[in-house]
Design a protein around this ligand. Sequence first.
Ligand code: CAA
Ligand code: FAD
Length: 379
Amino acid sequence: MDFQLTEEHLMIQKAARDFAVNELLPGVIERDEKQQYPAEQIKKLGELGFLGMMVDPKYGGAGLDTVSYVLAMEEISKIDASTSVCMSVNNSLVCWGLETFGTEEQKQKYLVPLAKGEITGAFLLSEPEAGSDATSQRTKAEDKGDHYLVNGTKNWITNGSSASVYLLIAQTYPEKGSKGINALIVEKNSPGITVGAKENKMGIRGSDTHSIMFQDVKVPKENRIGEDGFGFKFAMKTLAGGRIGIASQALGIASGAYELAVKYARERKAFGKEISQHQAIQFKLADMATRIEASRLLCLKAAREKDLHQDYTLSGSMAKVFSSETAMWVTTEAVQVHGGYGYVKEYHVERLMRDAKITQIYEGTSEVQRIVIGRSILS
Ligand code: CAA
Ligand code: FAD
């Protein structure tokens, strides 16, 4: 597989890096402490085309490939994973889902403003009692002829309060299991929707994670995505690409921590020499670099397969489980390389370590990725 980056890829990578350093780095510690949503920064990301990167320009997107998206996600995540999760949800769950399976009317009405970054979207699958076991959800979308009547609660929703548009996965025919589920486009300001309090999280504290309650919410029939009962497949197909986004987020968190560790190891002296000259520290850096490179190749492979319209479900899950476990390991070691300084906020690595953990949980836990990989091997 050809991993040669083009001039255009390098330009996008640089634009994302410049944005991260100039726009995200200055307030990142404060936003983390105050759990502040990066509203201004997300608006600017949208203006630069980073919220609809892979969407066709005729729908307001940047028309770029998935490799560009991986490169941009890595650069943004090196500095601010709270911002990159908003970017990932909007690009690879909401925009991709709408562009791939939406009707022309749905695309004109919802995809265009989402891809231009004028508004953002959220993806509502998880529930208080249905996370990994996504088919066992209880939120109901009753068929009432010209509309669906939605009742239930969705949990842990990224962009829950900031989004204007929700892609909701809900049960219409409980007796049909995964084939009785529908995907609906729901406007956040619809009567009957209540946004719960913001979750007080370990990491990605700037991102807005909320429960969303639905009480007798009417959703017009024309807002259903795909055929009746397509909702679970819609969710699974969309998440297959979303996992490339989160894998790239994990890659960025790991490479951000690694770069800080290398810089610090060259500056800090102990026992008369730079700590980078102690072999124990050198070996840590060597292992970090090796695991990060393997993560990057897995992310690029999955992205390339998606761009070539090949099946990327397996490689996406491999990229996600490997990169997220790499992120957790690398960030923990980066704190170790920093010694006591790694344990305080000014040095950034403690935040990256807290941010890394979520990549092993959302968009399918590491265990779920292994289920997907295992089934693929044995099928
Ligand atoms: N593409 C297309 N169809 C798929 C598919 C895929 N990738 N994966 C499964 N399906 C289909 C199956 O073929 C099956 O259809 P048929 O009956 O027609 O064959 C149907 O879906 C049911 O599949 P399974 O029997 O495999 O379902 P399961 O109950 O065993 O669950 C699972 C499989 C992989 C564990 C799945 O439930 C899963 O992915 N769970 C994790 C949920 C998740 O990732 N949530 C993320 C929420 S979003 C989020 O987290 C965003 C964020 O943080 C920012
Ligand atoms: P459970 O499914 O209850 O899992 C608990 C543990 O059991 C895990 O370790 C899991 O891997 C393990 N486990 C479960 N089943 C198996 C099995 N069959 N084999 C082996 N181990 C198993 N969801 C959305 O829909 N949209 C969002 O935007 C979104 N954003 C999120 C943001 C944050 C910050 C968080 C924390 C979550 C978010 N989620 C979102 C939800 C996330 O996708 C779920 O938390 C995740 O899928 C796991 O579900 P759960 O929390 O119910 O854990």
